[in-house]
Design a protein around this ligand. Structure first.
Ligand code: ADP
Ligand code: ASP
Ligand code: MG
Length: 415
């Protein structure tokens, strides 16, 4: 009987060229030789998904489309084939699987499909034959057999979903940084690696812009209790464990900070302050698959109010067209305004549940730098501020230092 069942997921930079694919193959074989069954999920080679998307974009403006998924899913097909060949070239045995060959069945929302079920049997058969199973990340099929993709970063979700379906001991996410940090280490060089973080805090960090894990992969890990180990594919040191809160030993006030750039803000002025107006404005956007983030409605004045909301910059033009077309009477041109170039900065920590003062400190730190807050939104363990995008990097650094995130957790001041 094998020792353990280990799922490893390798991101685009980890399989960027043949040398790196060889080194991934070596690592998979080492893991198998140590006595484990191994399933490996791979992303497309670095830059490939962007290249494929750009090709489709020359012919068709939207991503939410059957044929666009047919094109972008091919990146992962190349990687699984190459990795299986590389494992074989080193004397091991491997078999590649595309989404439909493991029956990764999803709903039919192209470009953002959700996994409904996976058939682990073909993978178990592969292990029985002593082979490493190499599975294409990011892709699935809907009930009708159409190819779907899971959204950017979706191979993380494939990895955790495969781990859940196989009841694996761990899902290792191999990437180009050493683990999850208190902020994106490429933007804040002083960021510290986090040893253990709860699913809840990681979910919140991922949802406010820490793209090291796709949000749905964390959701899935939490739902099925899959321990996730985020680590570097370039060395063997341990990375960050994402685990249930009671195992996270995370008595920190703030776990980390993150930013979402390339956002836009739309404001509709003087809409009637009566029931149904928000639904009338926002439903057509939801129907078009546009995800609205922070929504702020002002206090009513003379029976009318202003409403502002943020959305991805890439959706702003389409959103304005839809508003004009489907809610034109509520937003004539002289009452419809927008600005591109805003960003959302968030501070996340489960410690906020029991400590007041984090919001006050965040506002003070931003104000000390002369950074104006355009919108605010909070949840139990998160505070987000919308600011001008040109200040995003400065805000991240100032907040990172202001919350002492460069220090070990035990040396940080409380608010
Ligand atoms: P992969 O191709 O391996 O899936 P991604 O580019 O999707 O890698 O995710 C890894 C990147 O996430 C890192 O290179 C880093 O810049 C970024 N990142 C953002 N926030 C964080 C964070 N808090 N901790 C670690 N990495 C982060
Ligand atoms: N290749 C896909 C992307 O670039 C999926 C992934 O890398 O996780 O988004
Ligand atoms: Mg990724």
């Amino acid at each position: 009987m094998p020792d353990k069942l280990i799922v490893q997921k390798y991101g685009g930079t980890s399989v960027a060229d043949i040398d790196r694919i060889r080194s991934v193959a070596r690592r998979c074989l080492e893991t198998q030789l140590a006595g484990n069954d191994v399933a490996v999920v791979v992303s497309a080679m670095a830059g490939e998904t962007n290249r494929l998307l750009a090709l489709t974009h020359e012919l068709h403006g939207e991503v939410n489309d059957r044929e666009v998924d047919v094109v972008v899913a091919t990146g992962e097909q190349v990687s699984v084939g190459l990795l299986a060949l590389a494992i074989r070239a080193l004397g091991g045995q491997a078999q590649s699987f595309l989404g439909h060959q493991v029956k990764i069945v999803t709903d039919d929302s192209h470009a953002r499909a959700r996994i409904r079920s996976i058939d682990p049997e073909p993978l178990r058969a592969c292990f029985r034959e002593g082979k490493i199973a190499v599975i294409a990340g990011f892709q699935g099929v809907d009930e009708a057999g159409n190819i779907t993709t899971l959204g950017r970063g979706g191979s993380d979700t494939t990895g955790v979903a495969i781990a859940a379906a196989l009841h694996a001991d761990v899902c290792e996410i191999y990437t180009d940084v050493d683990g999850v940090f208190t902020a994106d280490p490429r933007v804040v060089p002083e960021a510290r690696q986090i040893e253990r973080i709860s699913y809840e805090a990681m979910l919140e960090l991922a949802s406010v812009g820490a793209k090291v894990l796709q949000i749905r992969s964390v959701e899935m890990g939490m739902k099925y209790g899959v321990p996730i180990h985020v680590r570097s594919s370039f060395h063997h040191q341990s990375g960050t464990w994402v685990v249930p809160e009671e195992q996270a030993m995370e008595h920190v006030l703030v776990s980390g900070i993150a930013a979402v750039r390339d956002e836009s803000k739309i404001t509709v002025r003087a809409v009637p302050d009566i029931p149904g107006v928000a639904a009338k404005l926002l439903s057509p956007l939801a129907d078009a698959g546009i995800v609205i983030d922070i929504i702020v409605q002002n206090v009513s004045r003379d029976g009318s109010t202003d409403m502002s909301f943020t959305l991805p910059r890439q959706d702003r033009e389409r959103a304005i067209a839809i508003l004009r077309d489907q809610a034109g009477e509520l937003c004539p041109d002289d009452r419809l305004a927008w600005s591109d170039g805003v960003a959302k900065i968030s501070v996340v920590g489960v410690g906020m549940r029991s400590h007041a003062g984090v919001a006050r400190r965040m506002f003070q730190l931003l104000s000390d730098e002369g950074i104006n807050i355009l919108m605010i939104s909070t949840s139990e363990i998160k505070i987000s501020c919308v600011i001008l995008e040109k200040y995003a990097e400065l805000a991240l650094r100032v907040l990172h230092e202001g919350f002492d995130l460069h220090l070990p957790p035990e040396d940080r001041a409380s608010p």
